[in-house]
Design a protein around this ligand. Structure first.
Ligand SMILES: NC(=O)c1ccc[n+]([C@@H]2O[C@H](COP(=O)([O-])OP(=O)(O)OC[C@H]3O[C@@H](n4cnc5c(N)ncnc54)[C@H](OP(=O)(O)O)[C@@H]3O)[C@@H](O)[C@H]2O)c1
Length: 335
């Protein structure tokens, strides 16, 4: 079967397409899946480009969707023919978060889904939504679940609240979709006026170009008539969090998801304190959260925003496209 491996020193040029032995039949507690799709996340880019250290020969990609082709002894939750989507933390079914380590994360600590077939413990997958195809389903593992957990599970988003989403990548556009279905207002930011026009057509109520308006947090605060936004989907990290503090209402919630601007920096703690704001870090979510998200997707006809599609053979080009920032939403991989 075809697969892609990361070769060290990792770079997009060192991604290698290989032929591997068939993974064989599932053992007790395992399932075999014919993978049909994956999607790219910034985390996957960090692995394949060498920004995160990984083992030589690692099969990348955390997201995977496909069809169950065989089940091992003792597996009761899946049958052959079931459509499934992968879990980011196979070991986290429900309850309090584990330590946010990537040791068990496919495509980082263990092999991922840039391949045609896989045999894994059943907890590596959940049932896919009935209303989404494989490509759409594959966007849920990481980006979809992170946005869902931030706004719905942890944020307890309510109709009429205001959500600010930073940029137009995978996580942010899922947050836009979930916020609109929940009856919230959305302020979207981007470096591109063209992308801002597109996010208005996806439902954004107000848009701000964060390049031409460096004080976009103040601008968002003003747009809410001085009330402030309820939630910020913080993907920028240290370079953006102070404008997020400016944007929130007293008691507002900043969901610290990404660190696109760097891994550490100065947080205006006194301003956060004065706003009585909540700054909460989070890493993806549990299977129980994923099941609730999938139920909501099926109930509301939510369709992930797919920007571009590439084949597994063109995985390096797909990552180059992500690197260039040319995408809006998710970059899909068809397997
Ligand atoms: N904590 C978690 O569980 C979790 C889960 C998923 C992702 N993440 C993190 O979240 C971040 C986004 O991930 P992703 O997969 O959605 O990435 P992505 O699809 O590659 O999107 C990146 C987008 O971020 C926007 N951006 C870049 N710099 C920005 C800035 N200074 N201010 C505002 N927006 C900026 C850009 O939007 P424009 O082109 O519109 O400017 C860019 O297209 C990454 O740091 C990733 O590691 C964390």
């Amino acid at each position: 079967m075809k697969a892609v491996k990361v070769r060290n020193p990792a770079s997009l040029d060192s991604l290698e397409i290989v032929e591997l032995d068939d993974p064989g039949e599932p053992g007790p507690g395992e399932i075999r899946v014919r993978l049909h799709a994956s999607s790219l996340n910034f985390h996957d880019y960090a692995v394949v480009s060498g920004k995160i250290e990984t083992q030589d020969g690692r099969i990348p990609l955390s997201d995977g969707a496909g069809e169950v082709t065989a089940v091992g002894d003792g597996v009761t939750s899946f049958r052959p023919g079931d459509r499934v989507v992968s879990t980011f933390f196979p070991q986290w079914d429900d309850g309090d978060p584990p330590m946010g380590s990537f040791e068990q994360t496919p495509g980082d600590g263990i092999d991922g889904y840039a391949r045609e077939h896989v045999v894994k413990p059943a907890n590596a997958f959940v049932h896919a939504p009935e209303t989404l195809d494989y490509v759409e389903s594959a966007t849920l593992t990481t980006a979809g679940l992170t946005a869902w957990r931030a706004l719905v599970e942890d944020g307890k988003l309510k109709p009429g609240q205001t959500v600010l989403v930073q940029g137009t990548g995978g996580v942010s556009l899922f947050a836009l979709l979930f916020a609109k279905v929940a009856g919230a207002r959305v302020i979207a930011t981007s470096s591109s006026d063209e992308k801002l026009e597109k996010v208005r057509s996806l439902g954004a109520d107000h848009t701000i170009n964060y390049k031409s308006c460096e004080t976009w947090g103040d601008a968002a605060f003003d747009w809410t008539d001085g009330i402030g936004v309820d939630h910020v989907v913080e993907v920028g990290g240290p370079g953006t969090v102070n404008q997020s503090i400016a944007a929130i209402r007293p008691g507002g919630h900043i969901h610290l998801i990404g660190v696109l601007t760097g891994r550490s920096g100065e947080v205006q703690t006194a301003a956060l304190l004065k706003k009585m704001g909540r700054l909460q870090g989070l890493t993806v979510g549990s299977h129980a959260m994923m099941r609730r998200m999938i139920a909501a997707i099926d109930a509301n006809g939510i369709k992930p925003q797919i920007s571009d599609r590439f084949s597994l053979d063109d995985l390096a080009d797909a990552f180059r496209h992500e690197e260039s920032g040319g995408h809006l939403g998710k970059i899909a991989i068809e397997i």
